[in-house]
Design a protein around this ligand. Structure first.
Ligand SMILES: [Zn+2]
Length: 85
């Protein structure tokens, strides 16, 4: 496999992981592909592989940092898009 770019080298980023109120999952806004990904919350956070369609980004993944409880993935989109541009 050819790796076209080196932008994914280095340490995985830390992301805010929002716990779903009605499900034992975290929701994160992916720093690699800017989509929502869901991860089981049983492990409590830490490094995971992401669910990106880009395999290099998925391998790098990110570090989950628990950041509170939300009702839905769309709430995470609202939080993450409201504070910065
Ligand atoms: Zn992603």
């Amino acid at each position: 496999m050819v790796v076209a770019m080196q932008t994914l080298s280095g340490d995985p980023p830390t992301v805010k992981a929002y716990k779903l109120a009605r499900s034992n999952h975290f929701v994160v806004l992916c720093p690699h592909c800017r989509r929502l990904h869901y991860h089981g919350a049983a492990g409590g956070g830490g490094h995971v592989a992401s669910h990106c369609s880009d395999s290099a980004a998925a391998r790098m993944g990110y570090v989950l940092a628990p950041a509170g409880i939300v009702n839905s993935g769309s709430a995470v989109m609202a939080i993450e898009s409201g504070g910065r541009e």
